[in-house]
Each structure stands twice: as C-alpha cells, then as structure tokens.
Design a protein around this ligand. Sequence first.
Ligand SMILES: [Zn+2]
Length: 58
Amino acid sequence: MSPQTNIAKPNYEENCCNCGQTPTVEIYNEKGILVHSLDMCGVCTWGESACLDPEEWN
Ligand SMILES: [Zn+2]
C-alpha cells in the first residue's frame, strides 16, 4: 500500500526475524528519509523467492 515514490533498500546489518537471512527491507520516501524499517527479508516481506535479490524490490 506504499506510494510508488517510496523505495525499498537493503539493510545488511539486520537478520530477518522470520528466517534469519540478510538483507532486511527498509522503506525510504522520495526524499531519501527512512519511513519504515522492516524486520524481515525480501522473501518474507513479499512472499516471493525472487525477492531474495534486492534488485527485484523496486
Ligand atoms: Zn526472511
């Protein structure tokens, strides 16, 4: 439900709270400000194995 101007960036400092993988997902707005820090990796956030790769997030 995020506006399309928001972008997801990988955080390699945190492990996924669900599966332990890195990176986890952080959501930034169009001004580059962190608006949402998720505790889960791309796969657990979006439920798709392709989302293991941060290149697939945006
Ligand atoms: Zn995960």
